[in-house]
Design a protein around this ligand. Structure first.
Ligand code: ZN
Length: 133
């Protein structure tokens, strides 16, 4: 079973926590033990797992990504969003989280973040639940 989840972003660059939405999808899909795969269907947004307690970690990651990949650096792509494509590839387009007893087995300080780099937009991602044999 695949579930599609919508994410509305508010800024051009944004890390939006979606851990709650993903846990809801696990509960809705009644997965007890297995693997939850979350896949982003875009080329200018990605997904990652990182610190969920101190928001300055996300701010630092975004700041450093912007320094590494500036908005304008003589890119060939004509849509003026090459930085977004590069940053999305750096973050990646899927995460996999083990599930036990119906709960995502994230670490205490881990959250799942949708990484917007060309917002604000309405985005969508897929959640695929794989039952352990
Ligand atoms: Zn583009």
């Amino acid at each position: 079973m695949i579930q599609e989840i919508s994410v509305n972003t508010a800024r051009r660059n944004e890390f939006k926590e979606i851990t709650g939405e993903i846990q809801k999808a696990v509960s809705k899909g009644r997965l007890e033990n297995g693997l939850c795969v979350v896949f982003v269907k875009h080329t200018t947004a990605g997904i990652t797992i990182n610190e969920n307690a101190d928001s300055s970690v996300r701010a630092d990651i975004l700041k450093r990504l912007t320094e590494l990949v500036p908005l304008d650096a003589g890119y060939q792509h004509s849509e003026e969003n090459s930085d977004a494509h590069i940053k999305a590839s750096l973050m990646g387009f899927s995460v996999s989280v083990p599930v036990e007893k119906g709960r995502l087995l994230l670490g205490t300080w881990q959250g799942i973040y949708f990484c917007e780099f060309d917002g604000p937009r309405k985005r969508s991602l897929l959640v695929k639940l794989i039952q352990s044999p």
